[in-house]
Design a protein around this ligand. Structure first.
Ligand code: SF4
Length: 419
């Protein structure tokens, strides 16, 4: 979501004739888009604000803008703590950015930023564009800061999203990734209650759009109709991000996740039944307050059983103001968290090695996103990263790649073979 918002902000500034500075030191304007999901992320924000304070001393004309989850409702307090910042605005609050730009006397601001703020198309630098469709979250998982910083769920009208995607496709975008903290909640707050399956169905009809993805899903809210729509709609890719967070029922309860391990297991079986070629990613938090060795083992064995394609693992980090931050002590020592973290990473590296090696010799359709270190790269429909060599620029094209080498994290292959 932050990446999507940063791209939009960059696009607005581009419209106002700003150019990307070659380095931080040469910038006239810095927009810091922040994340405070864990203490380490918040520490990075504080470190960067310190660095910017020093830069501003050297260049008093430097404007510093801060947005993202660091910006809470006490903006006056933030201004007092960080006087080097010229302007704070809440995540996604583009009209506030407009107002700031207007006050600076930037003449195109009104036509430019307001037009963008009304969701006309922004410029995507990649053939794969992030499109936020619902902001905020109503779930209040006990460890999570998001509902406090991004507020309650607000969906964008279905036609507005369709219009934006059509505009992006006209620019050459081939894939859209629909975003929401809880994307499965999409539409419940809109007139007529359209749901995510309705949105996917509409987007699937857009000519020249090749692929649709969406994240992040919630095991409690993902519906049967969504699973069926995924199986039926040809442009919707066979990939799902479905965080479980823990493989232990008591920990799940303390996390306020709203499902049991057995319910999650049944859901995965239903998804794999309807979409046999699905690739699945999940998120895990290790070291939640009170997590015993046995409870951690439940998570470990669930991962062995489920064999996800990707596991994003994080060590629990108390967030002030959350339910867990208020209610529980951070009892699991850092070295135990690190050990559990490493165990899961090692397990997942082994599983991903096995799963990815099954791609060797197969020909996969790859949507090319760009070039990195002399190789072209893109993703399969199952979200596997693929590298290959080619003399011509093939960005934005769907190419057939025969996979020759695999690792837990990426595949490598050659162009031009057909299956
Ligand atoms: S569903 Fe996700 S975003 Fe919402 S509170 Fe839970 S962890 Fe946070």
């Amino acid at each position: 979501m932050n990446k999507a918002e940063s791209l939009r902000i960059a696009s607005y500034l581009d419209f106002l004739s700003y150019q990307v500075a070659p380095s931080l030191r040469e910038a006239d304007l810095v927009v810091l888009n922040t994340c405070v999901v864990r203490q380490s992320a918040e520490d990075k924000v504080l470190g960067t604000l310190g660095l910017l304070k020093g830069l501003k001393k050297e260049h008093p004309n430097l404007s510093i803008l801060v947005t993202g989850c660091f910006v809470d409702s006490n903006i006056a307090g933030l201004k007092r703590r960080f006087p080097q910042v010229d302007f704070f605005f809440k995540p996604g609050a583009y009209p506030e950015l407009t107002n700031w730009a207007q006050k600076q006397g930037i003449s195109t601001a009104e036509q430019g930023l307001l037009r963008y703020a009304r969701n006309d198309t922004w410029k995507s630098p990649s053939p794969c564009a992030f499109v936020p469709v619902i902001q905020g979250c109503n779930k209040f998982c006990s460890y999570c800061i998001v509902p406090y910083r991004r507020g309650r769920e607000v969906s964008r009208p279905l036609e507005e999203v369709v219009c934006e995607v059509k505009g992006l496709v006209k620019q050459g975008v081939r894939e859209v990734i629909l975003l929401g903290q809880n994307v499965d909640s999409y539409g419940h707050d809109l007139p007529g209650n359209p749901d995510l399956a309705d949105l996917l169905t509409k987007l699937n009809n857009i000519n020249d759009l090749a692929r649709i993805r969406f994240l992040t899903n919630h095991p409690r809210d993902i519906s049967q109709s969504l699973i069926e729509a995924m199986a039926f709609l040809d442009k919707v890719c066979e990939h799902l991000e479905l965080p479980i967070q823990s493989g232990d029922d008591d920990i799940l309860k303390a996390m306020r996740r709203g499902y049991t391990v057995e319910q999650y297991r049944k859901l995965i079986h239903a998804i794999r039944y309807h979409i046999p070629q699905i690739s699945l990613s999940t998120d895990i938090i290790v070291g939640f307050p009170g997590e015993t060795e046995e409870q951690f083992e439940h998570t470990y064995s669930l991962l062995e059983e489920m064999r996800f394609d990707v596991v994003h693992v994080a060590a629990y980090s108390p967030r002030p103001g959350t339910i867990a931050g208020r209610k529980y002590e951070d009892t699991v020592p850092p070295e135990v968290k690190r050990e559990r973290f490493n165990k899961i990473e090692q397990l997942q590296a082994n599983i991903a090695t096995e799963l990815n090696s099954a791609y060797r010799g197969k020909t996969m359709e790859v949507l090319v996103e760009g070039e990195r270190k002399g190789k072209w790269y893109g993703r399969t429909r199952s979200d596997k990263l693929v590298f290959f060599e080619n003399k011509d620029d093939c960005t934005g094209q769907l190419v057939k790649i025969r996979i020759e080498k695999t690792s837990p994290w990426a595949l490598q292959g050659k162009v031009g073979y057909n299956s």
